[in-house]
Structures are given as C-alpha cells and as structure tokens.
Design a protein around this ligand. Structure first.
Ligand code: SF4
Ligand code: SF4
Length: 171
C-alpha cells in the first residue's frame, strides 16, 4: 500500500548515459529509420525512450482532447526525470501506463509531441537532440526538452487539476 507521506528515493544508482555508452553490437545503426515499432527488439524499443519524463505529468481529458497539467506523479524524480519506483510502478500506481503500441496509438493522443515512439509511429524522424543521435543522454536536458527546470507541482499538493493546465509547445 502506498502512503502519501512515505519518502521514496531512486532505488539504485542509475546513470542514464550507460544506455547509450553500451549499445549492444546486435543493435543495427539507425535501426529506427528502417524498422517499424512492431518489429523492434526489446533492446531497440528501450533505447527509443529519451527519458524526458513528460509522460509522467498528470493530464485531463477535456472535450475529447488530452490537456496536460504541470503536476507530476509523486514517484517522479523531477531533476533526473527518472521514476523512483520503476520496477514496481504498475503495482503502486494503477494508472501508470506501459508504453506499448496500444498506448502510442491511443486516441486522443496522451504522449507528448516529442515522444520518440509517437514521432516514429507517425512518420517523423527522431529530433536532433535525441540521445540516439547525439549519443548523450544529457542532450535532452540541454535542449530543454525534459521536465527539469520547469515549474512543476507534485500531485500530492493538488486539489483541482484544472488549476494547473499548461499549454507548453512540446506537449
Ligand atoms: S514521453 Fe516518451 S520519450 Fe519521454 S519519457 Fe515518456 S516514453 Fe520516454
Ligand atoms: S509510477 Fe509511472 S507515472 Fe509515476 S513516475 Fe513512475 S513511471 Fe511515471
């Protein structure tokens, strides 16, 4: 059972750069340019996530469209944009979503416009700041595309999500 007062920390030291320093040799160069999402291996799939954290913002559905708020799941570490309970997220947060094909194709769109999965599935290329292009996990933060350095409110502080709607260009 989750207590709102319990403090969670990142469960282990995890360096996001390690994903891009140690790309397995079986991963083909620029695999995302010639493979559909449904044909990707698990390792390729995982490399696509840029770690922006924007899918962990709370959202409202209003008049058939998803509106993002600047409130975040209590288990998100806003600086690293990592989940503090990643291995247990589905047990502890019933509405935490797995990023699978159904989630990516769901209408109305609830993933941010910059999400690599949504971009590729909709015929776009990866953005120039994506770590698979730059080989640097930090390039997401440097481009201002993750959640760090944004005005955010933890969901535990929120009474009415409608007070926190945001219209950021990258959502
Ligand atoms: S929005 Fe997409 S790219 Fe960003 S953290 Fe979520 S799944 Fe990864
Ligand atoms: S529990 Fe789910 S929504 Fe919350 S921070 Fe972790 S991955 Fe994001």
């Amino acid at each position: 059972m989750t207590s709102q007062n319990q403090t969670y920390k990142l469960e282990e030291e995890y360096d996001p750069q390690s994903r891009f320093d140690n790309i397995p040799p079986e991963i083909e160069p620029e695999f995302w340019k010639h493979k559909k999402l449904e044909d990707m291996s698990k390792a390729e799939w995982e490399l696509l996530c840029d770690g922006c954290g924007k899918c962990c913002l709370n959202k409202l559905e209003i008049k058939g469209k998803i509106k993002f708020t600047n409130t975040y799941c209590r288990f998100l570490d806003c600086q690293s944009c990592l989940c503090k309970i990643y291995p247990h997220r589905f047990e502890k947060v019933p509405d935490c979503r797995d990023i699978d094909l159904a989630a990516i194709r769901e209408k109305p769109r609830w993933l941010p416009k910059t999400c690599a999965y949504w971009l590729l599935d909709n015929g776009y290329d990866l953005p120039s700041w994506h770590p698979l292009i730059t080989k640097k996990a930090a390039s997401v933060k440097e481009a201002g595309m993750d959640l760090s350095n944004r005005p955010l409110v933890c969901e535990t502080e929120v009474k009415d999500y409608e007070d926190y709607l945001v219209d950021w260009e990258d959502l």
